[in-house]
Design a protein. Structure first.
Length: 88
């Protein structure tokens, strides 16, 4: 199973309880939801879709059944924005 980690050049910006990620290479600013921000904080270390999904379930009691699908989509979005990379 693939594992992913944040790219080192990306900067995290917290402004009025909003989390944004600056990618200086792509000159992009990506706003994250609170759950996305939680996942982003975990991606300082390598994680798979399953390990992130488990962490979200544990942190947010009563999560929706589609959490695995949501995390997979989130990781794909981060890959497209070049904010994360494969760790393996």
């Amino acid at each position: 199973m693939s594992r992913y980690v944040r790219k080192l050049n990306c900067e995290t910006i917290v402004l009025d309880d909003e989390i944004m990620i600056l990618n200086p290479d792509g000159l992009t600013l990506t706003k994250l939801s609170p759950v996305g921000g939680f996942c982003w904080s975990l991606l300082s270390l390598a994680h798979s879709t399953d390990s992130l999904s488990a962490a979200v379930r544990e942190h947010y009691q009563g999560t929706v059944p589609s959490v695995d699908q949501d995390i997979s989509g989130f990781l794909n979005d981060l890959l497209e924005c070049e904010l994360i990379e494969a760790a393996d």
